[in-house]
Design a protein around this ligand. Sequence first.
Ligand SMILES: *[C@@H]1O[C@H](CO)[C@@H](O)[C@H](O)[C@H]1NC(C)=O
Ligand SMILES: *[C@@H]1O[C@H](CO)[C@@H](O)[C@H](O)[C@H]1NC(C)=O
Ligand SMILES: *[C@@H]1O[C@H](CO)[C@@H](O)[C@H](O)[C@H]1NC(C)=O
Ligand SMILES: *[C@@H]1O[C@H](CO)[C@@H](O)[C@H](O)[C@H]1NC(C)=O
Length: 403
Amino acid sequence: MSLGADRSYKMKLRDVENAFKYRRIPYPKRSVELIALLAISCTFFLFMHTNKLNSRLKEMEVKLQPSEFSALGLTSNHVSGHDAGKHDDINTLHGTYQYLKSTGQLWRLNPKFLNNTKYHTRDILFFNRVPKTGSETLIELMLRLGKRNHFQNARSPFAKPTGVYWSFEKQKEEAHRILDLMEEDAFAYAEHANYVNFRQFHLPQPIYINLVRDPVERVISWYYYKRTPWNSLQMFKITGKFENRTHYTKNFEDCVLSHDFECRYDYGLNFKDDPADHKRQSLFFCGHAPLCEPFNTPSAVARAKQNVERDFSVIGSWEDVNVTLAVLEHFIPRFFRGSTDLYYEPVKGLAFKKRNTNHWKPKISERIKRIMRANFTQEYEFYHFCKQRLYRQYFSINRHLDL
Ligand SMILES: *[C@@H]1O[C@H](CO)[C@@H](O)[C@H](O)[C@H]1NC(C)=O
Ligand SMILES: *[C@@H]1O[C@H](CO)[C@@H](O)[C@H](O)[C@H]1NC(C)=O
Ligand SMILES: *[C@@H]1O[C@H](CO)[C@@H](O)[C@H](O)[C@H]1NC(C)=O
Ligand SMILES: *[C@@H]1O[C@H](CO)[C@@H](O)[C@H](O)[C@H]1NC(C)=O
């Protein structure tokens, strides 16, 4: 390379450098950095915010996932011993209403899709009553309705409460026995019995109804009911024996704290020697399969929900009297037309009748209930599932509501 060429190359290089150095730029360098920084922070802020909203939504989805089986029920799988009371707002009438409204589902509720009664061609009703949910009051109402709406009522005689499952043969026999009691073309039958699918015997499936109650309150109620003189006398007539004195004076709180077998609520627990332990409300909906027996298990509750979705027209609760009456009335009018009027009929109405309360039952402390609730997670899941389903049925026929 010649010397001249080298110089000219260096000069060119300097020119280029100078051009860069003295180039006119619209903003000082610092401002550009500032703008870039601002832009990046904005993006980052939005990103973080979206992320937060996203996880909030995810959280809500977990709480409010629709039932696995159909669009009928919401479920709430979050109630546990520690959380109960903190998150359970969605499980109230008001909470469910607010949720459905805020997600735009309220206006889309259609009673047609919440109505299992329409699949029935025969007017046969089976109230397979869960013990200690106030079923006597509903039976009393049905007796009065029977006169008004012209249908026949029948119930099983007092028997040893059945918690155990029946064999296929026994179920078939019972299904035939129940249908043989039918004399009129509209017939309502009540018995403490686990759900039976009549279709498997090529018999007409009855319209199923039932009641539910807070699972822990129900267990406490059963414990003291079992010890009342009138129940003991009835049991004596059937079994020919009385329990001893310690049994009758046993205190519930001690029973739970001392881990007495009668008051144990361990995951997967079986009936053992007590066919009437009544720890699981879900059993009455799950049926007679061995899968239904282990206490507080997801598979038993999943089966129970499936049966509810497919075969139960209404599952009410005396915790929501007016809602239950309205839903029964609108979804099973053949039997329950006029329920609200009859229930609140001045003086004679059941609303004014003294309830079947057990004065032998002491008040149980919140602490004991909390200990129990921690072990009844699946039972609560099922209970809330039924309640939310009832509320949706109610909202579907009361669109003008403003809760
Ligand atoms: C549900 O179905 C039954 C039987 O078809 C009918 O009588 C009743 O009016 C229906 N209820 C609602 C709310 O759709
Ligand atoms: C009373 O019955 C319980 C079991 O139910 C038993 O453990 C207890 O020993 C009995 N007490 C007496 C005094 O017989
Ligand atoms: C609750 O469940 C746990 C685990 O199964 C068990 O250890 C505990 O004793 C149970 N509590 C009661 C009151 O049964
Ligand atoms: C239930 O209905 C009755 C009669 O219509 C009414 O008097 C009462 O206030 C209602 N209760 C609630 C909690 O809405």
